[in-house]
Design a protein around this ligand. Structure first.
Ligand code: 13P
Length: 250
């Protein structure tokens, strides 16, 4: 059994004060909730405030990206040890917005993934094809290329805590969600590749989340699909009521 994960990616929203206001509303809605794992990915300047506020609750939090080195002359970057020093447990890697707007390459994602594993941060590796890839019939090739690069030189035991998020770029922030069948098919491709790379046991245990225009009214149908083990939510996670509705509906 794969325990479902509901993850909220706050992107570049919510300062520390707004984050606390959010948690004051959100945390009581989750009391006693054990059926799934709940993750928040706040922006860097709110992360430490969120870490303090979620102590003793069921919520875990992570960074939206990180560098692979521990320190150095890398203006604007945050390191894995800086994240673990404030108790961070998770890190989002290879989000399409990082790949598109921050020039994150396949090689960077691989270096970051290795660093996350070395520092015992749970990596949530984002994959997804652009609309043109899908229209041209290259969805599977794209996903496999992204996986092959990100996971290169990693063993099954190294990636045992890995979480993957399938986020088709055409569905991120567009309001046009993949159909549950289309998403399930892509998740199946990813899981088959995990099987080839790391064997059945690992492939059967890795959680694959869907992300892209998830809302309270469409989330349950997604989770009915056998290959979909949770959701990575952007816009709809910014409102505590709608994020909690997604968690409770599903
Ligand atoms: P939206 O839910 O706003 O489409 O964003 C999805 C996403 O990018 C989560 O990482």
């Amino acid at each position: 059994m794969r325990k479902p994960i509901f993850a909220g990616n706050w992107k570049m929203y919510k300062n520390p004060k707004e984050s606390v206001e959010y948690l004051d509303q959100f945390l009581p809605m989750l009391e006693g909730h054990e059926a799934s794992e709940i993750l928040l990915f706040p922006t860097a300047t709110s992360l430490s405030t969120v870490m303090d506020r979620i102590q003793g609750t069921v919520v875990r939090a992570g960074a939206q990206t990180m560098h692979w080195r521990n320190e150095g002359p890398y203006t604007g970057q945050t390191s894995p040890t800086m994240l673990t020093s404030i108790g961070t447990t998770h890190v989002l890697l290879g989000h399409s917005e990082r790949r598109l707007y921050a020039n994150e390459t396949y090689e960077h994602v691989n270096l970051k993934l290795k660093a996350a594993i070395a520092h015992k941060l749970v990596p949530v590796l984002c994959l997804g094809e652009m609309l043109a890839d899908r229209n041209d019939g290259y969805t599977k090739d794209t996903l496999l290329a992204q996986m092959g690069a990100a996971l290169s030189n990693l063993t099954a035991s190294a990636v045992r805590n890995l979480v993957i998020a399938y986020e088709p770029v055409w569905a991120v922030g567009t309001g046009s969600i993949a159909t549950p069948e289309v998403a399930n098919e892509a998740h199946g491709m990813i899981r088959d590749e995990l099987r080839d790379l790391f064997g059945n046991n690992l492939a059967d245990s890795i959680r694959i989340l869907y992300g892209g225009s998830v809302r309270p009214e469409n989330s349950a149908k997604m989770l009915e699909q056998p290959e979909i083990d949770g959701l990575l939510i952007g816009g709809a996670s910014l409102d505590p009521k709608s994020f909690a509705a997604i968690i409770h509906n599903s």
